[in-house]
Ligand binder design. Structure first.
Ligand SMILES: C=C1C[C@]23C[C@H]1CC[C@H]2[C@]1(C)CCC[C@@](C)(C(=O)O)[C@H]1[C@@H]3C(=O)O
Ligand code: AKG
Ligand code: FE2
Length: 380
């Protein structure tokens, strides 16, 4: 079988950040590192990927009034489908307002995130992510990658909307963190349920804007097997050297992000980075690689990153919508024709997830690398 070069696959950590001498393994303890003016080399990003010297121009994206769309108002629907269609063909990014998600639920979630990440490292490590697993706590990715480390801590867990998994998030918190975290678990379960509902509503809108019918993608994501991630970006004394999350397209289908009012999210469009103003009343929505494949490349997977600052910690909550395990990601016939031939091979989400967890560090070229990898894997 021909060997494929996978440019982002890092060498095992022992190969470059631990030398023959007595160097200790790197630990990202934010309570210490946030005051450190010497940023460890593993967190320093290459010159061409460093944050912009000046604040980048804002990305002008019209907010979509989801409430008006769901009320069935024909004018609101035609406006929203036009705006979404335009945004998704250009950069794959838009905002949703009047979304119907309880603002108290969002506030409580942010409070609990502050509490969780404010705990000592050893407490958070009770939920430590295991190698090859996408769930759990990670303080940066010190054991997983050896360079271009992100200045962030994350807590990720699986959410599944089928009936057999009704308490999957609550149970995760109970099992890994214990009884004192039951309430946080219930809150995250409720939040994920709200995100799953919201994502299916957005899928109706995407079905209308791609003219395949409002139920096509909604049905495809019924019983979704998704990932929820809480991101915490501690302050950094040298924010111009590092990144909170490096440039990437989400390999997942659709991301619904809620960010606090600190700011730091940036989107690449028209050959430059743009900042995204924070608006705590809005959800930030972006297309991911799996939806790009599902739309036969018509909607773009959004290239984005997060920068950090030297003053305030920043929080965001990302719900990564993913299809049920056995769903084949294949575009509907209405999106394929002689001018628009098939762009990507059929695949299932678990295959792409495994690719990003075991073979390739997700970046801006994941879908392309994955399509090549699949092709070589399946050619004797
Ligand atoms: C399936 C996933 C892999 C990542 C988490 C979810 C969706 C986004 C991916 C990620 C955020 C893209 C940038 C690189 C990454 C390693 C990160 O910085 O967290 C990615 C996630 C991951 O592999 O854990
Ligand atoms: O925190 C943010 O603003 C972006 C996070 C992100 O892109 C991700 O978790 O995939
Ligand atoms: Fe992302």
């Amino acid at each position: 079988m021909p060997m494929l070069a996978l440019p982002s696959l890092p060498p095992p950590p022992s190969m470059d950040h631990q030398t023959q001498t007595e160097q200790k393994p790197l630990v990202f303890d934010a309570s210490v590192l946030r005051y450190e003016s010497n940023v460890p080399a593993q967190f320093i990003w290459p010159e061409d990927e460093k944050p912009c010297a000046e604040p980048p121009p804002p990305l002008l994206v019209p907010p979509i009034d989801l409430g008006a769309v769901l009320s069935g108002d024909p004018l609101a629907i035609s406006n929203a489908t036009r705006l979404v269609n335009d945004a998704c063909q250009k950069h794959g990014f838009f905002l949703v307002v009047n979304h119907g998600v309880n603002s108290q639920l969002i506030k409580e979630a942010h409070k609990n995130i502050d509490f969780f990440f404010g705990m000592p490292l050893s407490e958070k490590q009770r939920a430590q992510r295991k190698p090859g697993d996408h769930s759990g706590y990670a303080s940066s990715f010190t054991g997983r990658f050896s360079s271009k480390l992100p200045w962030k801590e994350t807590l990720s867990f699986r959410y599944c909307s089928d009936h057999q998994s009704s308490n999957i998030v609550e149970n995760y918190f109970l099992n890994v963190m214990g009884e004192e975290f039951r309430q946080f678990g219930t809150l995250c379960q409720d939040y994920c349920e709200a995100m799953s509902t919201l994502s299916l509503e957005i899928m109706e809108l995407l079905g209308m804007s791609l003219e395949v019918g409002s139920s096509y993608f909604r049905d495809f994501f019924e019983g979704n097997d998704s990932i929820m991630r809480l991101n915490y970006y501690p302050p950094c004394q040298k924010p111009d050297l590092t990144l909170g999350t490096g440039p990437h397209c989400d390999p997942t289908s659709l991301t619904i992000l809620h960010q606090d009012d600190v700011g730091g999210l940036e989107v690449y469009y028209d050959e430059k980075w743009h900042s995204v103003h924070s608006n705590t009343d809005a959800f930030v929505v972006n297309i991911g690689d799996t939806f790009m494949a599902l739309s036969n490349g018509i909607y773009k997977s959004c290239l984005h990153r997060a920068v950090v600052n030297n003053r305030t910690p920043r929080k965001s909550m990302a719900f990564f919508l993913c299809p049920k395990k056995d769903k084949v990601v294949s575009p509907p016939n209405g999106l394929i024709d002689t001018d628009n031939p098939r762009m990507y091979p059929d695949f299932t989400w678990p295959e792409l997830l495994e690719f990003t967890q075991k073979h390739y560090r997700a970046d801006m070229k994941t879908l392309h690398a994955f399509a090549n990898w699949l092709q070589h894997k399946n050619t004797p």
